[in-house]
Design a protein around this ligand. Structure first.
Ligand SMILES: [Mg+2]
Length: 336
């Protein structure tokens, strides 16, 4: 077993070297970090006029990923992408992160190096600086991340701001990650056979630029990232805002299934409604500003899929024009 201090030193070194890359350097310019790795605790001092946006995320072996299916590089990348997606969903900019890592002895060598390589790649893309953490030995891989972001005072976008009549919008395409997961669980060789279809499952892209654009233009009245599936994440917005929603099934940008996969009998609409881990943004926009909503923002397509209602029900309107209840059937670790 590598010593704990060797692991910490190699984590520190790997992330310290990122500070010279342009995006991380830019983030470090207006530096909040008075004391980083190496003391008992970090000391952060947000710039005047800004607020701290903080999120935590657990990414656990055999709950969220399988070591024999998910390669170490993808585990490292995805762990940080998942956590950072919550910063995107607030319309904030990611700045610092803290990593707590539990590892079995068998993962302290090559697995660990590849894991850190994947996480460093994500940190570099998202502009994140590692500010501290902890490592320990544990029978399974346990990854706990805390990400700090910044938002201009009062500009963070909450789940609770949706108003009746607002348009309901979503970025990108839904169900892609779930399709990737079903493919690799069906047959591990599908990872090589369908690299484009499994890409989003292994390397999700938090919609940081889109989230910040929406916050800075004050266009989103509420927002959430689609981590658990559209049906479940929409129910969170509706619950927090005290409203309902009507979703038009035909408008949902559902995953494309190539004809070769039709035999799998997967339903694109079901994947889009209830499949988790797309990490797209689901948000609401006041109807009077709908003219200011482009078809794509920061190169990410945006689709209006319905509207917010005063009636607190969440419904799906199918091809027959009849609204059916849309139950939250996305990812829930405690559902039997
Ligand atoms: Mg979230």
């Amino acid at each position: 077993m590598a010593s704990e201090s060797r692991l910490i030193e190699s984590i520190r070194k790997r992330f310290a070297s990122l500070r010279s890359t342009p995006i991380v350097k830019d983030a470090a310019r207006n530096d909040w970090l008075r004391v980083g790795i190496g003391d008992d605790a970090a000391v952060l001092r947000p710039a005047p006029g800004y607020e701290c946006v903080v999120t935590t995320d657990a990414f656990l072996e055999n709950v969220h990923f399988l070591r024999k299916v998910h390669e170490a590089v993808a585990v490292g990348y995805k762990a940080l992408a998942r956590a950072t997606s919550d910063i995107a969903a607030m319309g904030a900019r990611p700045r610092y992160f803290f990593l707590t890592l539990g590892l079995p002895e068998s993962c302290s060598g090559k697995w660990f190096d590849q894991f850190i390589t994947g996480m460093a790649r994500a940190a570099c893309e998202f502009g994140l600086v590692l500010a501290g953490g902890d490592t320990t030995k544990y029978p399974e891989v346990v990854i706990a991340l805390t990400v700090f972001g910044e938002a201009k005072r009062g500009r963070a976008v909450l789940r609770s701001g949706a108003q009746p009549g607002d348009l309901l919008c979503v970025s990108g395409r839904l169900g892609e990650s779930e399709l990737g997961l079903r493919l690799i669980l069906g047959d591990a060789r599908n990872q090589r056979r369908w690299p484009q279809l499994v890409k989003k499952h292994f390397h999700p892209q938090p919609r940081l630029a889109l989230g910040r654009w929406l916050a800075s233009h004050r266009l989103a009245t509420s927002m959430i990232d689609t981590s658990d599936g559209l049906s479940t994440d929409l129910s969170h917005i509706c619950h927090a805002s005290g409203v309902g929603a009507r979703v038009i099934a035909d408008k949902i940008p559902a995953v494309h299934l190539p004809p070769e996969l039709h035999a799998l009998k997967l339903h694109p609409l079901n994947l889009a409604l209830h499949g988790g881990e797309d990490y797209e943004l689901l948000f609401t926009v006041s109807k009077k500003f709908s003219g200011r909503l482009p078809a794509a923002i920061e190169k990410i397509p945006v689709t209006v899929i319905g509207e917010i209602t005063r009636d607190k029900k969440v419904t799906l309107v199918g091809a027959d024009g009849k609204p059916q209840p849309l139950r939250p059937l996305g990812w829930d670790p405690f559902r039997k």
